[in-house]
Design a protein around this ligand. Structure first.
Ligand SMILES: Cc1ncc(C[n+]2csc(CCOP(=O)(O)OP(=O)(O)O)c2C)c(N)n1
Ligand SMILES: [Mg+2]
Length: 283
């Protein structure tokens, strides 16, 4: 269980990830806002508490891997990596510009700390299972973390991976689905209703849990539970809100790829800095 201080530290880290994400996208003018903000809390728990890594040696063999299969959420991952010193914060302003190390979608050959190239939805799922299998065959105890989107899991490839990982008992694979209920241009349930996601993965041989995806303590506990499971891959369904943390865009379809004006940036910073102050004051 996390101490009160640690919970506060993770909440602040998550808020900082959100702040940097919005600033980064606003500096370019447009980007994948909603699906970046919705995973900030999970990223804070991973990079602030659970994952083994060495920012000075991103390819360290003993590290845990993070594969953001919903590769369009790159901005949130870049924020977490920069805040943990994988590269200078000043690089965040180069998002998706010519010559940048931070393309709009994750690229393992461009960005220190990005473990897999993603963006074509579904493919990160298969690569994560392959990497988990390779580590298992080599008797290595690294954990492979995988982030999927709830629209992304419409892809048949994800379910092929689910079957494979269940069959191979890849207990070193801990996956999340960011259930923010929206995809690119509509509600997930209207486009392809997946029903009970946790139960479906359970049927494929996984250990499944449902958590509040904006509660860092619950996310942390779910990962602890998953690490204790030695026979099955784990699925942690994160119940989230798209563009969480910024009322103007929260739960709106238009948050998926949003343009951000100077006035809107000001609005976001005032809301997010107030939220940061509340965390500091223990509210
Ligand atoms: C194979 C593939 N098809 C389509 C796209 C275009 N696309 C990018 S994001 C997205 C919606 C994904 O929805 P979801 O997984 O719910 O993402 P989130 O809500 O987390 O942003 C789509 C269709 C893509 N990147 N890859
Ligand atoms: Mg979604």
């Amino acid at each position: 269980m996390l101490s009160e201080n640690k919970v506060r530290e993770l909440k602040k880290f998550s808020k900082q990830i959100q702040i940097e994400t919005v600033k980064m996208i606003a500096s370019l003018g447009v980007g994948h806002l909603g699906g970046s903000l919705s995973i900030a809390d999970a990223l804070a728990v991973l990079y602030g508490e659970q994952m083994k890594y060495d920012a000075n040696n991103p390819k360290w063999e003993g590290r845990d891997w993070f594969i953001c299969s919903k590769g369009h959420a790159g901005p949130a991952v870049y924020s977490a990596l920069a805040l943990k010193h994988f590269f200078p914060m000043s690089e965040l302003k180069t998002l998706n510009r010519p010559g940048t190390n931070l393309p709009s979608h994750c690229d393992r050959l461009r960005t220190p700390g990005i473990d897999m190239t993603t963006g074509s939805l579904g493919q990160g799922a298969s690569t994560a299972a392959g990497i988990a299998l390779a580590h298992k065959m080599n008797h290595m105890d690294n954990t492979i973390y995988l982030m999927l989107g709830d629209g992304e899991i419409d892809e048949g490839q994800v379910w092929e991976m689910a079957l494979f990982a269940g069959t191979k008992r890849l207990s070193n694979l801990i996956a999340f689905v960011d259930c923010n209920k929206l995809q690119l241009d509509g509600p997930t349930c209207e486009i392809c209703d997946l029903g009970n996601v946790a139960r479906k993965f359970e049927d494929f041989g996984w250990y499944s849990q449902n958590v509040d995806g904006h509660d860092v303590a619950s996310i942390n506990q779910a990962i602890e539970n998953a690490k204790r499971e030695n026979e099955k891959p784990s699925m942690i369904v994160l119940n989230t809100e798209k563009a969480h943390g910024w009322t103007m865009f929260a739960n709106k379809i238009g948050s998926h790829s949003a343009t951000i004006s100077a006035e809107q940036l000001e609005d976001a910073m005032s809301e997010m800095n107030a939220a940061m102050k509340s965390i500091d004051e223990g509210k």
